[in-house]
Design a protein around this ligand. Structure first.
Ligand code: NDP
Length: 401
């Protein structure tokens, strides 16, 4: 009996459930649980096969352990928020089941996401013969697997990686975020950071930017950001000299964000307001459009991938490995836009490779530590086809030099 418990009924949760439901041979029994059960029931009503739904507070280990035991799951797929990662890992250890997530832990009161909270669980998972797969979305996730594929098949030595995340979709609204606004804004308003020659270097938030011409969608402004996959990739690619991450933003998004920051609305520090303590960013989240509501509105494509430079057979080599995904095609298939789709499909694939034994190994792992071949094949099979373009090794770099 292959039995999965998916926690979180947001934009990504919807995609994971639809994709797991499409793969009945692997996911024979599916339970979807979240803080608000009616959201689980809504998603369940969109499917052509029955699933179970439940309410759960994933911050509560005891309650989660009971749910895992009641539904008999073998694996918990966490697509709630990064704040729940540690309680869900604890619940998995106690209930004796495997764990997967798409974003690393972040304390609620500090905008600082890092694997340093989750990596120390390695021994405890290993001793119980359990596996935890960290960051099985697109970035992190697919971008890590692109690096592992390049390392295995395209290069003898990887020197530099630039990850480029381009969302050329347009939802027609003045300002909205494509995934959880609180998590998204915390990420973007932090200092930029990249890794070079063994050290982290910092920039001011959104300080480095330039126009970049992408395949199919053309020129977009890219901004250097800190992003979580760099923390594991700089350790797991031997001899790596530099890794950076870039994301596109349109002028309207940047203008709105600048004003919100200037008036203090992006602060995570709670302030007293009418007898309550309220963090402005949480209030802001409540008034911004729900990312799930953008599905039917968003048109255009995402282009996400890695430019990788290094050497093969003594020659310089430079490749661009990327996926192009269309917002409206995603909506037609699973009622979500491409940002949720590109995260939910790799989460389902990670769970599939664990449950079928292809990736199952005790301990806590990032995706680049596992064999990329079955994951790359599954991307083509499940709606995220990739391509590899050979670039002129002497072509201008993404930035600098
Ligand atoms: P949403 O905010 O849309 O959904 C989160 C869901 O989790 C909601 O249904 C929410 O319930 C539920 N939830 C929150 N707290 C709890 C709790 N304590 N107990 C139970 N359920 C809870 O977020 P997204 O779907 O956009 O994102 C999901 C995850 O995916 C996030 O961790 C995000 O960082 C990650 N992500 C990863 C990406 C990648 O490429 N790796 C890209 C995009 C997102 P309620 O509706 O009741 O509030």
């Amino acid at each position: 009996m292959k039995n999965i418990l998916i926690i979180g009924a947001g934009g990504v949760g919807r995609v994971v459930v639809h994709k797991c439901a499409q793969n009945q041979d692997v996911f024979e029994t599916i339970t979807l649980a979240s803080r608000t059960k009616s959201k689980c029931d809504q998603i369940a009503s969109e499917l052509s096969r029955p699933i179970h739904t439940a309410a759960v507070d994933a911050d509560n280990v005891k309650e989660t352990v009971k749910l895992i035991r009641d539904c008999g799951a073998e694996l918990v797929l966490n697509v709630a928020l990064p704040y729940q990662d540690l309680t869900l890992m604890e619940a998995c250890l106690e209930a004796g089941v495997h764990y997967l997530d798409t974003a690393n832990y972040e304390p609620k009161d500090e905008a600082r996401f890092s694997y340093e909270y989750q990596w120390p669980y390695h021994q405890r998972f290993a001793e119980k013969g359990l596996m935890a797969l960290l960051g099985s979305g697109f970035d992190p996730g697919v971008t890590n697997v692109f690096c592992a594929h390049a390392q295995k098949h395209l290069f003898d030595q990887i020197d530099t990686v630039d990850i480029l995340d381009c969302n050329a979709g347009d939802h027609g609204l003045p300002f909205a975020t494509n995934f959880n606004p609180e998590i998204n804004i915390r990420e973007i308003t932090a200092n930029g950071r990249y890794w070079e020659s063994g050290d982290w270097k910092e920039t001011q938030p959104l300080e480095w930017h330039r126009p970049y011409t992408f395949p199919v969608v053309g020129e977009k402004e890219i901004y250097l950001l800190y992003h979580e996959e760099m923390e594991s990739l700089c350790r797991n690619i031997p001899g790596l000299k530099r890794i950076r991450f870039w994301m596109t933003f349109g002028p309207s998004y940047i203008n709105h964000l600048t004003v919100l920051q200037n008036v203090g609305m992006t602060s995570i520090e709670a302030i007293p307001f009418q007898g309550q303590q309220i963090a402005p960013i949480e209030f802001l989240k409540a008034v911004l459009p729900d990312p799930a509501s953008l599905g039917p509105l968003t048109k255009g494509k995402t282009v996400i991938g890695n430019i990788i430079e290094g050497t093969k057979d003594g020659q310089k080599r430079k490749v661009y490995v990327y996926n192009i995904c269309d917002h409206q095609e995603c909506y037609a298939e699973v009622k979500s836009q491409a940002i949720s789709y590109t995260t939910g499909v790799p989460a389902m694939i990670g769970a599939k490779l664990m449950m079928t034994g292809q990736w199952m190994q005790p301990g806590v792992w990032n995706l680049e530590q596992l064999d990329p071949d079955p994951f790359m094949n599954a991307l083509n099979q499940h709606g995220l086809p990739w391509q590899i373009e050979d670039l002129d090794p002497d072509s201008p770099p993404v930035w600098g030099e």
